[in-house]
Write a new protein. Structure first.
Length: 490
């Protein structure tokens, strides 16, 4: 059997000196075969006549009408389901190794007589028309920060015409992460597109009676940058296809750069973001020519970019808490009744009153919807210990497992009110800045089986009065001095 490559080689050698015998030898074929393909002027693959008959009988022929009924009545049915049905219907008629045969026959039937399929139409991108934004999980990069695993996403922004791209690190598909990525992109480019396109995620849209519509925060963001919002239909990821398909290529190239770097650990989040920006700069260097065409159709952005945080002004409740997007945070109780300014960043929040920072803490994520710091409310709880038993956020009053074990030990006597009061007084002791020392003292008492009480624990932590060391009376011997003086006189 002669291959296309052999014939190409033969024709190349024959063209040098018109010597057919030498050309046949150099292409490892018989001279007669070489003459045949020289005269034919076609490659072996093109000169074959397709076979129009089956070499074997269809083993499913007696059940084929029923198979067709399944395919027409339920187009989404899997071939494996049909095969299992046939095996159960006629035990021993079919073997497991015939599944592939049935799949081949069904595939041929669907191609020739099956229902029409959805056609995807390739689009011609116009320069400078739209930013496409989407999120991609970056766990497969196996990045570590200071030796600790760093689970994160990359908010990825792309110009489809030039494939120019940018991205920022984020924790979730939130509006703030979208806002931060768009801010970084505009700062880098200095231009904005006519449209900004994203999917129908909650970062940009919310439910309405007719489906989904853009939320207020996202609409304000678009107005500020002078772009028209545009979203894909629900479940139609292909409409955001350029940025969607580029996720794989982006992470593949980042993996290669990490291999060249030699390790995947970064000393800080800022160091990782800087490395990521350098990678994007390197990727975009090959796209500069098409980017210049894009810029000619984009609008220069001269305003200051929007900040990377959202600002809210909640009023502190009587429970010394503020409510932000269905999540509860405690604040110092001295702020009760006051309106505070809260800046919500992607990873943390800042609370200030009249420009003075009062609290900075990690932003709540996932299923947890409250963050109550016992230091903010312990003073009131000690005065009202009866409120502890049914306090809504009672479980957050245990800073660690050791404190919980200590509370269980105090409550084991059966006097729950006394146990609550003792524990709250111990917690107040920890709030004075001695949490680590209090925890250590509690652990030692629990391990040794000693009793636990506020008074005993306070005595354990109280500095001991230093004792003066016992010293013998000082005896002065001046004889050596007298001898030294006599030597000088002589």
């Amino acid at each position: 059997m002669v291959s296309d490559a052999q014939v190409r080689k033969m024709m190349q050698e024959y063209g040098k000196d018109q010597n057919l015998t030498r050309a046949a030898l150099r292409s490892d074929m018989d001279r007669k075969t070489a003459r045949k393909f020289r005269d034919l002027g076609e490659l072996p693959s093109k000169s074959k006549t397709p076979r129009g008959w089956r070499t074997r009988k269809n083993p499913f022929e007696m059940d084929w009408d029923e198979v067709v009924d399944f395919l027409e009545g339920a187009p989404d049915i899997e071939v494996l389901t049909i095969f299992d049905y046939l095996c159960e219907k006629s035990p021993g008629r079919y073997q497991r190794n015939q599944l592939r045969t049935l799949q081949r026959h069904v595939r041929r039937y669907r191609a020739q007589q099956g229902p029409e399929k959805t056609v995807f139409f390739g689009q011609e991108h116009r320069p400078g028309e739209a930013f496409q934004t989407d999120w991609t999980h970056a766990d497969e990069l196996r990045i570590t920060i200071g030796g600790e695993d760093f689970a994160h996403l990359i908010c990825h922004v792309m110009l489809p015409f030039s494939n120019w791209e940018w991205g920022t690190i984020c924790e979730s598909e939130s509006f703030l992460s979208l806002r931060s990525a768009l801010r970084a992109t505009v700062l880098r480019l200095g231009f904005v597109a006519a449209y900004h396109q994203t999917d129908s995620s909650s970062a940009a849209t919310h439910k309405v009676k007719s489906g989904r519509d853009f939320n207020d925060d996202y609409s304000k963001l678009m107005n500020y940058y002078g772009m028209q919002p545009r979203r894909t239909k629900i479940g139609a990821k292909e409409q955001n296809g350029d940025v969607e398909s580029s996720h794989h290529h982006l992470k593949r190239r980042l993996k290669q750069r990490l291999i060249l770097r030699g390790h995947r650990d970064f000393e800080s989040l800022a160091a990782y973001q800087q490395w990521l920006e350098q990678a994007f700069d390197a990727f975009n260097a090959e796209r500069n020519k098409k980017l210049e065409i894009e810029r000619a159709h984009m609008t220069r952005f001269d305003k200051a970019p929007m900040p990377v945080y959202l600002e809210k002004h909640p009023k502190v409740t009587k429970g010394s808490t503020i409510h932000l997007y269905s999540r509860v945070y405690s604040v110092p109780s001295r702020l009760i009744g006051h309106t505070v300014r809260v800046r919500l960043f992607d990873r943390h929040i800042e609370v200030d009153h009249d420009g003075v920072l009062q609290l900075q803490c990690e932003r709540l994520r996932g299923s947890k919807n409250s963050r109550i710091d016992y230091r903010h409310i312990i003073w009131s709880l000690v005065r009202k210990p009866g409120a502890f038993a049914r306090y809504r956020f009672r479980e957050e009053m245990f800073p660690s497992v050791v404190f919980r074990q200590a509370y269980d030990d105090l409550s084991s006597s059966g006097n729950l009110r006394h146990g609550d009061l003792e524990y709250l007084r111990i917690l107040q002791l920890a709030a004075d800045g001695n949490e680590r020392n209090v925890e250590l003292a509690l652990r030692l008492r629990l391990e040794s089986g000693a009793s636990i009480s506020f008074d005993e624990l306070r005595d354990d932590l109280r500095p001991k009065s230093p004792r003066s060391p016992l010293m013998l009376p000082l005896e002065v011997d001046l004889s050596s001095y007298d001898e030294l003086c006599q030597g000088v006189t002589a």
